[in-house]
Design a protein around this ligand. Sequence first.
Ligand code: SF4
Length: 381
Amino acid sequence: MNAVNLLDFDLDGLAAYCEQLGEKRFRATQLFRWIHQKGATSFDEMSDLAKSLRAKLQGTAHISGLPVISEHVSADGTIKWLFDVGGGNAVESVFIPEDDRGTLCVSSQAGCAVGCRFCSTGHQGFSRNLSTGEILAQLWFAEHSLRKRFNTSERIISNVVMMGMGEPLQNYSALVPALKAMLDDHGYGLSRRRVTVSTSGVVPMIERLQRDCPVALAVSLHAPTDPLRDELVPINRKYPIDELLSACQAYLTAAPRDFITFEYCMLDGVNDTDAHADALVALVKGRIHCKFNLIPFNPFPQSGLKRSGMARVQAFARRLADAGIVTTVRKTRGDDIDAACGQLAGEVQDRTNAPSRMLRQPVMIKLAPSDTFTPPDRSGR
Ligand code: SF4
């Protein structure tokens, strides 16, 4: 029997595994805490587990993270890791520290099949889905290596965003147990509002996520009309905007106080005019509780696209805000370590001679904190 990597389980999965070994659920809970809360890598250090159980685990299981290819630390504190996932592929995680939070951006696939026009990963193709263990290993490694770095036993990562490489909802069966481990009080104990899944709009899976694990949802919108979105986000041809927005509305019925975050990559002359802003307002106003994140595009050679000027971005943001929609414009972080995605791909090619499958367009990864445009107060005035 092949040894099992215990990072591949949420708590229910680990309990089922322990049951196969003839052990009760509370043993799984102990084990889960050792792995995720204490960062244990060997069974010997799990001092409150019976010796007999430790002996059983030695022969059948292991706790194995991903090999780290590189680590870069920015002057602003942003840290970027590149992990080897085998077969010449690597995925990236980025830690973004801020005054009141520590956010980890996590990858879900090596490459991506969606093929968004403004995304370098989309241009480079799809290699494979990550396993639950490979998704969780990014958080497990980041959390425990940061604790050592900062010499603390306190939790460092307060927020996780599934916004690295890949479309998380096209890797649903691996994603959900990973999310559950992030939320589990015996795991990372993150609140569901602090775990965000970002999707290009895989409508049936949005519906399933609401039932299975309703964390915060971000949607890569990028266009207000179907013809334009068909071009920029090809999955729109299968799940057009109206269907997508209906799925977003339904998602919020489980938690009406929540909102959807719409990501909008600002592309010069393509989707950034006042008319586009007005069309966005008409789409969402009165229909969906939402906010917009406007994201400066990081150009890469094959895209044929240009970044909108900052004055245009600000004017666009102001137009949305004037219509009552909270809007943020993201600022870059980690510039000095090339935390933008396409920049990292070349580095990996040099090391592994692998095809450039790494790293999606920089959406969200290196961008924070934000300028926020708050809608004007129109109450009674
Ligand atoms: S933006 Fe996201 S969904 Fe689109 S190609 Fe890039 S990684 Fe895939």
